[in-house]
Design a protein around this ligand. Sequence first.
Ligand code: HSE
Length: 454
Amino acid sequence: MKHDSANGAAVRQQFNIGICGMGTVGGGTFTLLQTKQAEITRRLGKTLKVTHVASRRQNPAFDTSSIRFSTDVFAVADDPAIDIVVEVMGGTEPALPLILRAIENGKHVVTANKALIAVHGNEIFAAAKRKGVTVAYESAVAGGIPIIKALREGLAANSIHWLAGIINGTGNFILTEMSLKGRSFPEVLQEAQALGYAEADPTFDVEGIDAAHKLTILAANAFGIALQFDKVYTEGISKLTIADVNYANELGYRIKHLGITRMTEKGIEMRVHPTLISTQRLIANVNGVMNAVVVKGDSVGSTLYYGAGAGAQATASSVVADLIDIVRSSGDGTAGNPGNVPSLAFNSLRNDIPILDIDDIECEYYLRIAAQDKIGVMAQISQVLMNHGINIEALIQKEPDHNATGEVVVPVVLLTGKVQERQMNKAISAIEALDQVVDKVTRIRVELFDGEGN
Ligand code: HSE
């Protein structure tokens, strides 16, 4: 640790970083800190130096020969020379005890671990507050997009009405390649893994769990509520078919996997699911590994944040920004003098706002109904929807086709007006009970962004 004793006061000139985990994000962070050291020093007026690295094995891709190396990550948390611990291992074990140990030892922490923050963040932030250290997590949500900073600081004057985002790069990469190039799901997933986009367990990406972790964090920062991952309604992309992607296109929509959180009069919506979005929207045209988040604030209106949502360099960009922020905002960078930005954007959190059950949300729907090719089927379907007070906004009946069991079916595709999910469930059950309807109804929610811009 170097000090400059000009004017008699000790001014820290170097801050020592310990990186735990040398996978995609750890390696990216290590490289970025090495290659950009001079520029970072110019921005900060102080130097960030990696002095300790821990991972299960040495990664020959990175020259750590002049740096302390440990196979035990707790050696970093216990290293008295380390000022800031970077946790980029993912998972809960040993990430949670490691972070708690680092906090206990008075060290600031930077983590990219969205699962850990979404599920254990309340405990972690409470521990950090007690010890007067910062736990920063910009890289946990939307990779390189500074969305946490935007919500916590840039939009601090706003009451947030809602936000909606493509917040899983792997899922968006798969959807894009499937819909634009007709590639198969397993093939594209394999490529996403090779590119370092996917989670260690890629079902987190394709079943929406990763997006639900990120949405939990966004909702907490948007509304000043505790992290409540267990209350997020989660649906993945694994059951989407090319047929639905194509029908949606015909109707003027793209299917994107969205995380949506909205403050309503009854409570807060938190949901992750495939969603039809008009092709006119910028967010409908966000492709590949890119992420985008639309935030509606009462003063600013609708704003859009776009950038790479996964990958070594993009994620490292956010990790290093957090490191710079910690040193800047905590004065001399040591514990007991943390920055003034609360972990979840608000100094006091509200615990009086319920999180709505998915049955309580209201939206428009896309329905695909496989019906027998018989006179009167359309009339019956329309009648059921009418009986449930559901308006049909658009309808296409496709030429007869064969379903999975070889039956000849007519796909009926329609868009409905706004209706409560509970009511839509009843209507779908009634449609499925019709003699001429042969398969389960496919239902995909539609997002109109309250008619707001972007
Ligand atoms: N697996 C994640 C994604 C990595 O694809 O978005 C970035 O959080």
